[in-house]
Each structure stands twice: as C-alpha cells, then as structure tokens.
Design a protein around this ligand. Structure first.
Ligand code: ZN
Ligand code: ZN
Length: 259
C-alpha cells in the first residue's frame, strides 16, 4: 500500500500530476484514473495552478497518471481523512463556491470529457476542498491589533465584515498574489517568508485591502489585482496603524512605488 501524503505540498504536486489525465483520455482504456473518473467525489484545489485533483488520487505520495492503480487501499475514506488535515471543504453557500465550481466543471467537461460523480455534492465527503491556509488566515494570523483598529475605525458592523472579507477571501487573495511579481513577497519591505525562513515560510503572506472604507461604494466589487497588495504581518500592522507602503519602503531604503 502506498504511503499517504504528509504535507500540503505533496497533495498540491499530485493535483498538478493529475492534469495529465487530459492526455490519457485519448487512450481511453486501461488508464485507471480515467476509467474510474466518474467515481471521484471529493475534489481538491491547488490555488497556485488553479487545478483540481480527486482525493483518491492525490492522497498518496507521488501519484502520477502512470503509477495510479485505482485501487482502494483500505477503506476509501483514508485519503480523505488525511487530506482534511491540510484542506477545508468549501461550503456551497460560500461566495467563492460558484467560481470554483465553474473552474471544476470546465476541467471535467471540456478538458477531460467526463461527468462529475452524481454523489459529488450529496455525499458527506464529496465537494470542493481548498488548502486550510487560505481559509484560516483570518483567525490564525491576523493581528489582534488589526481587528481592534478596525473596530474603533468602523461604524457599521456590516462594513467591518465586508472589508475583512476582501483581505480574507481566498480567491481574491490568490488573484492578488498571482498578479504580483514576485509572489508571496511583502510590497513594503520585500520580505519573502520562503527565502527568509525556509520551506515552512513558502507561500505565506498577508493581503491588504488598499481602499479606504469611505471610498467604497455600496455596489463595490473588488478588483484584487488593484485593490489588494501583499504585505508581511509586520508591515500589514504598520499600514493599519496609518503608515503608507512608501513610508515603510523608505525605511528599508527601497524606491517609491505606485500602489
Ligand atoms: Zn513587510
Ligand atoms: Zn489590511
């Protein structure tokens, strides 16, 4: 029996490997991942590549279209249980759900030419999952300072929720990060956690919503590439205390940027 993955990156790599199924479809038979496609119920998202992979495929170490046998080692819930250490299920009511769903649908129908399992949404383990780091950002690494600043700053609870949501919205966050160069690097001090702290720091960054609350109209729709910027937690806290990104850059002897 192959070993289960034991970190997020292994699962994300497997998701990327799963995309080879697009080529497998031309061979039709004898490709277990292709033949059992209709049985996959739980789909996991790699936000860096915007690709999906099913739990039974991505839950084991180093899975490729070539070495995947389609066998259910033990009971089918094993991979799901392991993957849930690193992923959270996206609620169908979540504002990102429909976007993710249309990406998944596009992959399944147009690229692979198969249908999703009928149990996709009805099964308790079925559905769409995204990395936990995208959903726990709000509670795990937002600064207490940030919250209290906003509490005193914002009048209506509705506005508070709205603004926080943009900085925490996984898909808006990811769009901001993907449009940034370099990715996962603080716009104010240039800190990159992966470079500075090693593997554990990979892909860690805060995202800050630039617009002032007073500038946000009621029908506001966020443009993540423009309205959000990457900041490390330190600079993020300072920006919430009223410093501008360029004021911080000056301290670090970095040239002024437009943002
Ligand atoms: Zn910084
Ligand atoms: Zn912020």
């Amino acid at each position: 029996m192959p070993d289960l993955i034991d970190n997020l990156q292994e699962a994300l790599d497997n998701i990327n490997n799963f995309q080879k199924i697009k080529d497998a479809r031309y061979r039709k038979r004898g490709i277990p991942a292709f033949d059992s496609f209709g049985k996959f119920k739980a789909w996991f998202y790699n936000p860096d590549t915007k690709k999906f992979g099913p739990s039974k495929f991505i839950g084991y170490k180093n899975t490729t279209i070539k070495n995947y046998t389609g066998a259910d080692y033990g009971n089918g819930g094993r991979t799901n249980k392991q993957l849930k250490m690193f992923f959270n299920k996206v609620d169908t009511e979540d504002q990102n759900y429909s976007n993710l769903m249309s990406e998944l649908d596009d992959f399944v129908r147009n690229k692979v030419g198969k249908k999703l399992s009928k149990k996709f949404e009805s099964d308790k383990n079925g559905g769409i999952y995204i990395p936990k780091e995208l959903t726990t950002q709000s509670t795990d690494d937002s600064h207490p300072d940030e919250v209290s600043d906003q509490d005193t700053y914002i009048e209506g609870a509705v506005t508070k929720v709205t603004v926080n949501r943009y900085e925490r919205d996984p898909s808006a966050r990811q769009q901001c990060i993907n449009s940034s160069d370099p990715k996962y690097t603080c716009k104010a001090c240039n800190l990159n956690f992966g470079t500075k702290y090693g593997v554990k720091g990979n892909n860690f960054i805060h995202v800050h919503h630039i617009k002032l609350l007073s500038e946000i109209p009621e029908d506001y729709k966020i443009v993540p590439e423009k309205d959000l910027i990457q900041l490390c937690p330190n600079c993020h806290a300072m920006v919430h205390k009223g410093m501008t990104v360029n004021e911080i850059r000056k301290i670090f002897n970095l040239p002024e940027i437009s943002c």
